[in-house]
Design a protein around this ligand. Structure first.
Ligand code: FAD
Length: 659
């Protein structure tokens, strides 16, 4: 056979599911020389994950994708709980809002994973200027790591050697089970064996085409069976359960009154079901399959699972209501198990993200969201290190920040699955049953976690939290996050959104929408009451130092953007007169920048945002906040005082590369 070609790339991404595509999106927005390969010949077209939580939409919005998802998706409003009454028949026992009110400018929406992947692909194409594409039917067959080069992050060091194998269309297209015409996801389910090794073996026998890639970094986004994880010898820890669930995407024909609501239905003795209303009249049903049990090896027989076995289980649960369908879009089944990876990176050179490091039940709608958020955490760090802007040590924070989230997720899913799969208690003395009061309370509490907004990263060079109670970068006390915490500015948490007005155009905007994912940190100057002369002097003294900083000169506007929000009446203030130039820089070709300065004031048509109060910032004196490129708050300090600027500079000196 011919000698394989040898190529170089900075970041090699394996797997083009939600995690891989999020990472590729960052690479495109940061302008990185990256590649992304996937063993399958096509993207998915139906089924699979469908829920997008509030935080994921905030993130998608920062790349310019959320509006497409919002237009096509079904928006979730109410959650209804159905339980057996005294006569044993199911009845509606409660209604609650689908998500807590007032914590994000987005709501939870539902749209199938294939569409979300499409939005990513279009965005990657646009921002990479058509240079980054998913290379399909391509998979790695070997990974060699030059151990002695791993510490050397200089621009021409490529410690990773990966052999890629190109498959034929036929090899890369998995067979559908049961000879069914309905699309099914069983081949991707955790009830199926992985076919990666088989694909490699067959292609080798045929002497298929290969390529050698020299890479600086590699990210395994290759799902629960992760080949990359196996090469590193890392494990997922945890156990499967006996609970088996089927999933059906159908257009239902039914007299059940809440079919357009999200519902949790617990029947007296036929198991439970979750109803998720979807786009295009579709409804997803998650149905417990109590009659299918794993065998001695712990695995259940997939061939018994068809749309008709799943719907008949659903019919028993929802009786006395009728439920049938003419159209089925997709189906699958899975066995619940909660597992989390022991390691998220190898020597800061090979990283694992998404299902490759955490698996759990899909009902809480977390997998795709948390997977995308892993990659969202990692992408900008890799981007800035590759470009020589940030110190390579920031890469360590990927594992310290994300492994804790994965563990929280597993704990959450463990509690939620048990309550969901358990039989409802007959009365207070029925201890083996699940109390519906407990279920409701767990649901409401779990909802803050499920929104994705309660993520709170521990102290590190990226999060300037006090370091007294730190172990391995994580705070060792569990933080109780309340609804209020999510709307004020808190170190380690995402910068929340409140309405402010553009000083120059009076346009009301959600402030968070100004924090685009373009790879830049942001100094957010809460300038306070700028019409008072002492406060105006405080602002000038801060910005004079900022403009004079020799450390910052290299990075200002290119890697660090500045946003301002003041609290004086909009009409009493003039952009050019009252704000130092550094806050609205002048470009000889484009004139003044009008997008940098905002005000917390009444709008004409959208009411008053009351941003200072909601952010918990002093209206007179203001403060300084620094957000990381992923919108998490890294630094908070005063605007006044001789050392105000020095503290900001010290924060950046701990992260960015000096002279
Ligand atoms: P995957 O989506 O598994 O992507 C991995 C990719 O890597 C695949 O494209 C695969 O072809 C490729 N690959 C694998 N091995 C190799 C290899 N060796 N070489 C090259 N490429 C490889 N999550 C939610 O957030 N909300 C939900 O509502 C939800 N519902 C779900 C419903 C069901 C029925 C299921 C099964 C899952 C659901 N999930 C949900 C979970 C969600 O689908 C996953 O968590 C998510 O897809 C994980 O993303 P990922 O990118 O890490 O991995």
């Amino acid at each position: 056979s011919t000698t394989p070609t040898e190529t170089k790339c900075d970041v090699l991404i394996v797997g083009a599911g939600p995690a891989g595509l999020m990472l590729a999106t960052w690479m495109a927005h940061c302008g990185i020389n990256a590649r992304i390969v996937d063993k399958r010949s096509t993207k998915i077209f139906s089924g699979q994950a469908d829920g997008l939580q509030m935080r994921s939409l905030e993130i998608l919005d920062s790349f310019g994708i959320a509006d497409r998802a919002m237009k096509e998706a079904n928006h979730m409003m109410e959650m209804c709980m159905w339980n057996p009454g005294e006569d044993g028949k199911i009845r509606r026992s409660d209604r609650v809002p689908d998500m807590p009110v007032g914590i994000s400018r987005f709501l939870q929406i539902v749209l199938h994973q294939g569409r979300i992947e499409r939005f990513f692909l279009d965005n990657i194409k646009k921002y990479s200027k058509d240079t980054l594409h998913v290379e399909r039917a391509v998979l790695p067959e070997s990974l060699d790591i030059a151990e002695d080069l791993c510490e050397d992050h200089s621009a021409d060091t490529y410690p990773l050697t990966v052999k890629l194998r190109y498959l034929t269309e036929e090899e890369a297209t998995p067979a559908q089970s049961n000879g069914s015409t309905v699309q099914d996801g069983l081949f991707r389910s955790n009830m199926a064996e992985d076919d990666t090794d088989d694909l490699i073996r067959k292609s080798r026998e045929k002497q298929g085409t290969t390529e050698i890639v020299k890479a600086k970094y590699m990210v395994g986004c290759d799902g629960a069976h992760s080949w990359t994880r196996r090469q590193l010898g890392f494990q997922l820890e945890g156990e499967p359960t006996d609970y088996i669930w089927g999933v059906l995407d159908i257009v239902p024909i039914t007299d059940f009154p809440d079919i357009r609501m999200r519902c949790a239905v617990h029947s007296a003795s036929s198991g439970s079901m979750m109803v998720i209303p979807r786009e295009n009249k579709l409804v997803r049903l998650y149905i417990q399959l109590t009659e299918i049990k794993p065998d001695a090896s712990g695995r259940a027989d997939r061939s018994k699972i068809t749309p008709s076995t799943i719907i008949s289980a659903a019919q028993k649960i929802i009786s006395p209501y009728n439920l049938t369908y003419e159209y089925c879009d997709w189906f699958t089944a899975y066995q619940i198990g909660q597992r989390v990876g022991t390691n998220f990176d190898y020597k800061n050179r090979v990283f694992l993200a998404g299902d490759a490091v955490h698996t759990h039940s899909p009902k809480a709608g977390q997998g795709m969201n948390v997977s995308m958020q892993d990659a969202y955490n990692l992408g900008w760090k890799l981007g800035l290190v590759v470009k020589g802007i940030a110190q390579p040590s920031i890469l360590q924070t990927y594992q310290t920040e994300r492994r804790k989230i994965a563990q929280d997720l597993i704990d959450f899913d463990h509690r939620f699955s048990r309550l969901f799969s358990g039989r409802p208690a007959k009365d207070v003395l029925d201890e083996s049953g699940v109390s519906m009061k407990e279920f409701k309370e767990a649901f409401l509490k779990g909802n803050l976690f499920a929104s994705g907004l309660s993520v709170d990263y521990g102290a590190s060079q990226l999060v300037a939290k006090p370091t007294d109670n730190i172990t391995n970068g994580n705070t060792d006390t569990e933080q109780v996050t309340t609804k209020e915490d999510l709307s004020t500015i808190k170190l380690g948490m995402r910068f929340p959104s409140h309405q402010v007005l553009n000083q120059s155009s009076a346009l009301p905007v959600p402030f968070q929408s100004r924090l685009k994912s373009d790879g830049r940190f942001r100094i957010i100057v809460f300038a306070g009451n700028v019409v008072s002369s002492p406060q105006s002097a405080v602002l000038r003294s801060f910005t004079d130092k900022l403009a004079a900083s020799s450390f910052l000169k290299k990075y200002l506007y290119s890697a660090i953007d500045i946003l301002t929000c003041h609290s004086a009446p909009r009409r009493d203030v003039e952009l050019l007169r009252d704000f130092p130039d550094v806050l609205h820089p002048f470009d000889p070709k484009l004139g003044w920048d009008y997008e940098g300065v905002y005000v917390d004031d009444e709008s004409y048509h959208e009411g008053y945002g009351d941003a200072y109060k909601k952010y918990n910032v002093n209206r007179e004196k203001g403060c300084v906040v620094v957000t990381r490129p992923d919108q998490y708050v890294g630094f908070v300090g005063p605007l006044d005082g001789n050392e105000a600027w020095d503290k900001v500079e010290t924060y950046f000196k701990g992260i960015l590369v000096g002279e």
